[in-house]
Design a protein around this ligand. Structure first.
Ligand code: MG
Length: 935
């Protein structure tokens, strides 16, 4: 096509395998016009016609008049079409009839669509009847009057319904003639002018109406919601009519080359015999499955299959097509990329890559992390009912939950039953560490307070459960066993439904539509490809062996954060840690620690067994000790109760001691108190116990023939001296342990380990070079780093963050997506400094941001070795990491099978084998010199 002339012309013709445009000209021809041109070029059966460009529309909207040269072009195009079709517009015998359809560069359902049968008038109706039959001719005229009246003249549809009601029913022909008459009267009455008998006037008015529809309310509204530019304009396609209503050998249909809801590779289409397109759209008649076409017109059916497969192969994407069969002859009227469900996107992308239609890289790019989120989370099934939520909060963890209300953790456990057979929604003002057992028993959480990184939210995402936080208007009364939600009062045991993707709360027991499980074979395959092309490895945060099991199942390449204290919170262990905290002498503390050691060791052994050959990062004790004790109020109350009963003196003494210790440990700002590495420096015996437990566990599984790769992480460091002190302690503890005689035989006496730090205090980020020289790895704890850099409390910031976001003071919640300018620049400079000071250092991210697609892209830019996120977020993170890697370093299709985490080095040979069990990030950089190089 001579596109050089594009600037000076407004009309592009297509017909009989030749077209003056092509599929790439969507901007100029609209989606419909471009696809018709492209299909014509492919030699597919498309009725001849021409497209008036979007430029003509823009000219019309700006100047209020048609471009001066358009009239001449239109005449010439009409003359050409009349020759092609051997028919004449307005001709008295067998007249040329036209369809006039709108088509912007993106599909806009809010715009006017189609006027069919343009060209009929009182004079040629008999000629048309001669060609086919009288009923067909009259019915076509009736349709033209109705469409022209409602679309061009904007006479409401119901006016036509009323007009046709008064028509007598004496014979089809007579009643059609009467309908036509009454429609003509209606048009004249409503518009003040008779229906135009001149076919050229019909066409001109139809074109103007399409142009003007660009600015109708629905179209404007649609553009506003979809953020589509206001100035694009629409094209108009004028085409020779083909008729699906010629009789039983005719019909019309719509379809998809693959199933749009499941993605299955099977043509999915519906067909209506003896009908025109608008009959399907209007839902006047129920279409039949395409199998019916196969039965009645096998030849047409086969051709449709061939033609649509060809379309899909040509466009390399699932197509949504419209077709008409006229007297046994197939015509294509439109094709476009099909809108499809997340599940269908996933399946069709994977299958198309396997068919060789697209590359694996393209398949990866066709699915977004939020598609996966949708695929993986169960959803509320509203059926056809519009339900009003009774409360709305922050969608803190996606998915949906339906269950019975419980107001305390204990009640949740009780109501859930021994085997968690009853689904429970835990409703709290807010949750804390004491609620863990109840959260474990529940299927979803609803809190009145808290933001997207509150305790409830973080735990929910970790557990892969649905959670809504900060839902205002919720008041719980645990004593009465009631909760007020707005005007509703619910009792414990009442049903509640949560939509974690939107934050909406519904009363009652809605049905849950289960998601495709993590075992969806297409998901498994796509994520395998994702990991294979990622330059950034994805690890998981896992606190318990169960978490690690899930992480391993989802192919995490390591554990980036195991919070040991979460193991302490389990009921049977809390007693040990309490006696350690309450110990009155160093000896008593040693004894308490000695009883904790085997418990911790057993947990670590399980972790190592679950992640053989993969790094497991264990963070030393982090939270302030008082978190393991009851609150002062609770301690006081318990003491008062005991005194009231008054007999057990020993018990009273114990409770007095407990209260005293609680008071001693209380801090006015515990977040900045005696915690993290400070705790280890003040109480080194805790660190010694933990390091011994970690290394003994590693040695034990080594004796079983399993390779354990322990990484010991020191939390909340601020200065290099803290790091030096604790590293010395850790290494000395290891050396002492390895020197012990009674370990697992000569062979099993040593094991390699790494020592690293968590960077979560801005000072540590500023001194990253000094610190990097002392450690083997560093991992950015971006939650605390964000909290401390902004000076925003993670647990309370939601109180002002909403206002900040509304006012645009912040563009997004920095606890969800990393703040690139502030926190991000700290990390950027810390990474640079650390790598300069210690080129072998391994750098990771272990905050909540490690599972956020936008943040992952940023971390990948900085060149971190891995990001670590909760197991439930692994699929999304793996896909995000792949997308980022593809965008940063386009990998050729045969290079897609790069082992996990391997940095692409120029000239390096790329393995085509299965990804190795041991990730290269572990193999490629050796630990720094010192006792850690033991192996
Ligand atoms: Mg922290």
């Amino acid at each position: 096509m001579d596109r050089k002339r594009a600037g000076s012309r407004y009309i592009y013709r297509f017909g009989h395998a030749q077209a003056e445009g092509d599929g790439s000209m969507g901007e100029e021809l609209g989606g419909k016009g471009a696809s018709l041109a492209e299909m014509t070029r492919l030699g597919l059966p498309v009725p001849a016609g021409f497209t008036i460009s979007t430029r003509a529309c823009r000219f019309y909207l700006e100047q209020g008049a048609m471009p001066p040269s358009l009239e001449e072009e239109l005449e010439s195009a009409l003359g050409w079409l009349e020759l092609e079709q051997a028919q004449r517009l307005g001709g008295e015998r067998d007249p040329l009839l036209l369809s006039v359809r709108s088509g912007a560069s993106i599909s806009m359902p809010g715009m006017m669509d189609t006027i069919l049968n343009v060209g009929i008038n009182d004079t040629n109706i008999d000629g048309l009847a001669v060609k086919q039959n009288v009923t067909f001719a009259l019915d076509s005229y009736r349709r033209l009057l109705q469409m022209f009246g409602s679309v061009v003249l904007q006479i409401p549809k119901h006016a036509f319904d009323q007009a046709s009601e008064g028509v007598s029913r004496d014979g089809e022909e007579a009643s059609l003639r009467q309908t036509i008459l009454s429609f003509q009267q209606l048009i004249e009455h409503r518009s003040g002018k008779p229906f135009p008998m001149d076919p050229r006037a019909q066409l001109r008015q139809a074109v103007v109406a399409v142009f003007e529809s660009w600015n109708n309310d629905r179209a404007r509204h649609y553009r506003r919601i979809h953020r589509t530019p206001e100035n694009g304009g629409t094209a108009v396609t004028v085409q020779a009519m083909v008729f699906g209503n010629y009789g039983v050998n005719s019909g019309t249909g719509v379809g998809f080359t693959r199933n749009p809801s499941t993605g299955e590779k099977a043509m999915f289409a519906e067909f209506l015999a003896n009908a025109q397109g608008e009959d399907i759209v209007a839902g006047i008649r129920t279409p039949m499955p395409i199998a019916e076409l196969e039965r009645t017109m096998p030849r047409v059916y086969r051709k449709l299959r061939t033609v649509t497969s060809r379309l899909e192969a040509h466009y390399r994407d699932v197509q949504d097509f419209e077709f008409t069969v006229q007297n046994g002859e197939l015509f294509l009227l439109q094709t476009r990329a099909a809108k499809r469900s997340a599940l269908a996107k996933l399946r069709s992308a994977v299958e198309m890559a396997e068919e060789g239609l697209i590359s694996r890289t393209e398949a990866l790019l066709r699915v977004t992390p939020s598609d996966l989120e949708e695929v993986l989370s169960p959803q509320l099934d509203f059926g056809n009912v519009e339900l009003q939520p009774i409360a709305k909060g922050l969608p803190a963890s996606p998915g949906s939950a339906v269950g019975q209300v419980a107001l305390t953790a204990d009640r949740a456990v009780e109501l859930a039953g021994k085997h968690k057979q009853s689904p429970i929604i835990l409703v709290r003002q807010e949750t804390n560490a004491d609620d863990i057992h109840g959260m474990d028993a529940a299927v979803g959480f609803l809190t009145a307070h808290g933001g997207a990184t509150s305790h409830a939210a973080v735990v929910a995402r970790g557990m892969g459960k649905c959670c809504i936080t900060g839902a205002g208007g919720i008041v719980t009364d645990e004593v009465a066993g009631e909760v007020r939600i707005g005007e509703h009062t619910l009792k414990e045991g009442d049903w509640l439904s949560l939509d974690g993707s939107t934050g909406r709360v519904f009363p009652g027991q809605l049905t849950l539509r289960p998601s495709e499980s993590f075992d969806n074979p297409f998901l498994t395959k796509l994520l395998y490809w994702a990991r294979a092309c990622s330059l950034t490895a994805v690890w998981a945060n896992a606190d318990t062996p169960q978490d690690a099991e899930r992480a391993s199942h989802a192919s995490a390449m390591g554990i980036g954060l195991c919070r040991t204290e979460h193991m302490f919170f389990a009921k049977d262990r809390l007693a040990h840690i309490r006696s350690m905290i309450l110990a009155s002498s160093p000896a008593a503390r040693e004894r308490a620690l000695a009883s904790l050691l085997p418990v911790q060791q057993a947990d670590f052994e399980e972790l190592f067994r679950t992640m053989p050959g993969l790094p497991v990062t264990i963070r030393l004790i982090d939270p302030p000790l008082h978190e393991f004790l009851p609150t002062e109020v609770a301690a006081r109350e318990e003491l008062a109760q005991a005194r009231l009963q008054g007999t057990d003196v020993e018990n009273i003494q114990r409770l007095e001691e407990l209260l005293l210790r609680v008071q001693q440990l209380s801090e006015s700002n515990p977040m900045m108190g005696l915690r993290g590495c400070r705790l280890g420096i003040v109480h080194p015996e805790i660190i010694v116990m933990q390091v011994r437990a970690i290394l003994r566990a590693a040695l034990r599984v080594k004796a079983e023939g399993i390779l354990a790769l322990p990484e010991i992480m020191v939390p909340l460091v601020a200065c290099v001296e803290e790091v030096r002190f604790l590293r010395k302690l850790i290494d000395a503890t290891a050396a002492n342990l390895f020197a012990e005689e009674d370990l697992f035989g000569q062979e099993g006496r040593r094991i390699g380990y790494r020592v690293g730090v968590m960077i979560e205090v801005p000072r540590a980020a500023a001194c990253a070079d000094e610190i990097a020289r002392e450690v083997d790895f560093m991992s950015f704890g971006t939650n605390d780093l964000t909290q401390l850099t902004f000076g925003f409390s993670r647990d309370d910031a939601h109180k002002y963050l909403d206002t900040y976001l509304e006012l645009g003071i912040l563009k997004h919640n920095p606890f969800v997506t990393i703040d690139r300018e502030g926190v991000g620049s700290l990390i950027r400079s810390a990474v640079r400094k650390a790598r300069e000071a210690n080129p072998d250092i391994k750098i990771g991210i272990c905050g909540e941001h490690g599972g956020d697609p936008a943040s992952i892209a940023f971390f990948a830019e900085l060149g971190v070795d891995y990001v670590s996120c909760s197991p439930a977020r692994l699929p999304m993170a793996q896909l995000s990491a792949a997308h980022t890697s593809i965008a940063r370093a386009p990998v050729k299709s045969q290079q897609e099978k790069v082992p996990h985490g391997l940095r692409l080095v120029e000239g390096a040979s790329l393995s085509h084998d299965l990804p190795s069990q041991i990730p290269s990030v572990f193999r490629s950089s050796s630990p720094s010199a010192g006792p850690t190089s033991l192996a």
